[in-house]
Design a protein around this ligand. Structure first.
Ligand code: ADP
Ligand code: MG
Length: 419
């Protein structure tokens, strides 16, 4: 037992270690082609490694190639599966294994099994997925082995060491079960994070509704006054023109406020693209303007739009991250104040700086910033900064915070230049 225990542990490591890369691959899900390509790389890496380190089980040389093959085929679909099969066959040929054509004939039926079952498998619950993966993996191994050994006239090998053979099936079932569980957990974790981002976004929309309504009321009152003027007094044409111009300006402003607000509530298209930070900082100032006015706060922007600097990310998520931080800054300045939005560009990275002269935080409070459900507000969720931080980190950004109680807070966000 101990003889192959070491090899067994090594194989678990070899199969599971590429799963560490899964979080990065999950990020690519919006680009299906790239996502499938990375899935293929992940599982082919694991496939090649298992084939390179077979286990010697009581004289029976054995490897776990069917695990990455099954996992990759079931999670990636037809194209990923076909590429994995091709990789397996090529690598087997490269390893100088005997009877390559017979092996191709023995292995190929399993490809069609995956093709037929892939969609059905992905609609199953976790327990059923594990059971299906264990069953499929064992079936495929049995099918391939039996066909291969029958054609090559060595079928008696299958029954030579029955206990060792059964053990290989058990171990394989155990490992694939664990892998399906781990993949499912990772997937659920990311889905939960995405849900949290969405629900926080709706919270922002809800919080800002009052200020938007308030802001639109002002132009409406102005226009109402002018309509009265038009109706009551004898106005010369010059004055009429001027009042008309003011009315249109006010209407345009209301339209802009509504458009910005609606854009905030729109569902995300999830596209990673190059975004110009100066432009985004001006957009941020526009969106926050109504909320700031409502709280008696001024916004100063220092971001020149003359020299574009592009960073990589999902524009709408990035906006959400900045709005969360800006909104917190406004909420921290209870008696009024100034929110400063600055950009500073270096060769390969840029800083976005949001500073307020609000309540500030103690070092203890700063430590808790970004942890779930930490809030000092009566109606706070304590999820805003957590969501912002996770969006910024996904964009390979860095966050530095300086804060002093009663003086103010400064959020320094650094982003690398888009390639
Ligand atoms: P919420 O805004 O719902 O309370 P957040 O995660 O957005 O949740 O913020 C968590 C807490 O961090 C806030 O309740 C507040 O105490 C603190 N905080 C965040 N930004 C600032 C800031 N600019 N100044 C002072 N305190 C802040
Ligand atoms: Mg908040």
């Amino acid at each position: 037992m101990l003889g192959y225990f070491k090899d067994f542990i090594l194989n678990i490591f070899v199969i599971c270690s590429p799963l560490v890369l899964y979080p990065y691959i999950h990020k690519m899900k919006s680009n299906l082609r790239l996502y499938r390509f990375y899935l293929y790389v992940l599982f082919s890496l694991s496939l090649i490694m298992t084939m390179s380190f077979p286990i010697n089980m009581n004289g029976l040389l054995y490897d776990f190639r069917s695990i990455p093959l099954a996992l990759g085929s079931l999670s990636g679909g037809a194209l990923v599966s076909a590429c994995l099969y091709a990789t397996l066959l090529l690598y087997r040929y490269f390893l100088d294994s005997p009877h390559n054509w017979i092996y191709v004939i023995s292995l190929l039926p399993s490809f069609f099994v995956f093709l037929a079952l892939y969609k059905y498998y992905n609609s199953l619950s976790l327990a059923r997925k594990i059971a299906a993966a264990v069953f499929l993996c064992s079936m495929i191994k049995l099918m391939t082995f039996t066909t291969f050994l029958t054609i090559t006239g060595q079928i008696e090998l299958l029954f030579n060491k029955p206990w060792a053979t059964v053990q290989t099936y058990l171990l394989q079932g155990l490992i694939i079960g664990l892998c399906v569980y781990a993949l499912h957990m990772l997937h659920t974790f990311f889905l939960m994070q995405e849900e949290m981002v969405k629900s926080e976004k709706m919270k922002i929309v809800g919080d800002m509704a009052a200020s938007v309504a308030h802001e639109i009321r002002n132009p409406l009152t102005t226009i109402r006054g002018f309509i009265h003027l038009f109706a009551s007094a004898d106005l010369d044409s010059e004055k009429k023109e001027l009042y008309k111009k003011i009315c249109f300006e006010e209407l345009d402003r209301s339209e802009l406020i509504i458009a910005d607000y609606l854009a905030l509530a729109k569902p995300d298209p999830e596209i990673v693209e190059a975004i110009d930070i100066h432009h985004e900082v001006h957009y941020l100032a526009n969106v926050l303007m109504t909320y700031a006015n409502y709280h008696n706060i001024e916004i100063h922007v220092m971001a020149s739009e003359e020299h574009p600097f592009k960073i990589q990310g999902d524009r709408y998520k990035f906006r959400q991250a900045l709005i969360n931080i800006g909104k917190n800054a406004i909420e921290a300045m209870e008696g009024g104040g100034t929110l400063e939005l600055k950009t500073s560009v270096q060769n390969e990275h840029a800083w976005i700086i949001l500073s307020d002269n609000g309540s500030g935080m103690t070092p203890e409070q700063m430590k808790r910033l970004g942890t779930p459900y930490y809030s000092t507000k009566e109606k706070g969720t304590g999820l805003g900064t957590m969501v912002s931080f996770s969006i910024i980190k996904k964009m390979n950004g860095k966050i530095e915070i300086k804060s002093e109680l009663g003086v103010g807070t400064e959020f320094n966000l650094m982003f690398p230049k888009a390639n």
